[in-house]
Design a protein around this ligand. Structure first.
Ligand SMILES: [Mg+2]
Length: 438
């Protein structure tokens, strides 16, 4: 059978598919927390088994998707709430990209496709969103897909009466190791802050940035970074892991290589985003010339970008972000590819405590999980945004929730007092006027 005949027989005739792309219902206005809904999804596609029952649970359909844009004090948090006709709902978090209203709009567009579908067919609905978009998504589209996907998993867990980790491999550890970022204007302050953080939360690892503001001469930036790393190492002792985040401030691989050699005596856990992430061959060049572990991945998406990165052995740790890499199942696949290359996973996680909860389920069930980025939710917006955020214990680890779904709930009442505001990354300029990433 020729390809066109096969597609036609399989129900993917061009005309039918085009028809399927027309939203079948009109959308209601989206206020903060407004709901986009449509009366049905699209013709064709997956048919329900056994009248829609899955095991002992009854039929279920998505009835709408709510979004919440919540001000976190500077940056916004983007939440997704998928509603069903069974009263069960699921929650998820999309990455805060900057133009977060755009992410909301993409989620609303996807909602017109998903209403009427069984939310428990997570991979299928992911493929509907991914394939319908056609062009590989960037930060906005992939964040929208990721946030929706989280919510589908939450529903799947609640429907089955089990935590999500029980659906994605089961639990293979008792608790989740975390680290938090620290800093200080001077080496002395950096050391004092790091020591205090370890004493307060019991962390076994920390992360710090490099010292390379503006046009600071490279030799000075290297010198000052070394001074800060040395101070933190001396403050926390030889056995607390220290990640050093270049944050892609370097353009040339040679700069990263020289810094890697300079901080090697302090046994860093890793050097993170040693250069920008677009050029995998350049990342491999760095890895070929340093003697410390390398980590990266927060700016990469989907299995397709991580595959060459992992196959090249350009990294020792991959750092996908579950709020933009494609979601939970995509991150499990990235982890599996990394596992086959003996590479560990250390999820990037600067978003809200909901993202932390989603990550904990991933970490609980993934063999090559290493450590989770984390910020203790004991102040500011982090304290209020969930009813019961996951709080690190005195040993630097998180407990694994055992309630159905994610085991956490959004505090929607608190959102009323957390208005969003436009947020944009700053742009830096050299003295000659040319822009650079800072
Ligand atoms: Mg980073």
């Amino acid at each position: 059978m020729r390809r066109r005949q096969f597609l036609s027989a399989a129900g993917f005739a061009a005309a039918g598919f085009a028809q399927a792309q027309q939203p079948s219902g009109s959308a209601g206005p989206r206020a903060r927390g407004g709901m986009r809904s449509a009366s049905s999804g699209f013709p064709g596609g997956l048919q329900p088994l056994d009248g829609g029952k899955i095991g002992n649970t009854g039929p279920m359909k998505i009835t709408g998707i709510k979004t919440f844009l919540v001000g976190a004090g500077g940056r916004n948090w983007v939440y997704v709430k998928v509603l069903t006709d069974q009263g069960i709902y699921g929650i998820g978090e999309a990455y805060s990209a900057g133009p977060d209203e755009a992410t909301i709009k993409v989620i609303e567009d996807f909602a017109t496709w998903l209403v009427g579908q069984d939310p428990r067919n997570v991979q299928y609905l992911f493929d509907v969103m991914y394939n319908t978009t056609r062009f590989p998504g960037g930060l906005i589209v992939n964040s929208a897909i990721s946030g929706i996907e989280h919510a589908l998993w939450d529903i799947a867990g609640k429907s089955a009466g089990v935590p999500v980790w029980a659906l994605i491999g089961g639990r293979m550890r008792n608790k989740i190791r975390t680290y938090q970022s620290t800093g200080g204007a001077t080496p002395q302050q950096a050391g004092e802050n790091a020591k205090k953080m370890v004493e307060t939360y019991g962390y076994t690892a920390l992360k710090m940035g490099i010292q390379a503001p503006g046009e600071m001469p490279y030799n000075r930036a290297t010198r000052e970074t070394v001074a800060h790393v040395r101070a933190v190492r001396e403050a926390v002792g030889p056995d607390v892991d220290i990640g050093v985040d270049v944050h892609a401030k370097f353009f040339e691989a040679a700069r990263a290589i020289r810094l890697g050699h300079a901080i090697e005596p302090f046994n860093p856990m890793w050097m993170e985003e040693s250069i920008r992430t677009e050029n995998f061959a350049a990342m491999k060049k760095v890895s070929d010339h340093v003697n410390i572990p390398l980590a990266s991945g927060e700016c990469n998406y989907m299995i397709h970008e991580f595959r060459p990165l992992i196959e090249l052995q350009a990294l020792d740790f991959v750092q996908p972000d579950i709020c933009c890499c494609g979601g939970v199942l995509t991150m499990k696949k990235i982890a599996a590819m990394a596992e086959a290359q003996f590479i560990m996973v250390a999820p990037h996680n600067p978003m809200s405590p909901l993202a932390t909860a989603v990550n904990v389920h991933f970490a609980a069930s993934t063999p090559n999980f290493f450590i989770l980025e984390y910020a203790a939710p004991d102040s500011g917006a982090r304290k209020d945004v969930l009813k019961e955020p996951l709080m690190v214990k005195k040993d630097g680890y998180l407990e694994i929730p055992n309630k159905p779904g994610w085991g956490v709930e959004l505090n929607e009442e608190a959102f009323k007092h957390m208005p969003p505001a436009p947020w944009r990354r700053g742009t830096s300029f050299r003295s000659d006027g040319s822009p650079y990433f800072q």
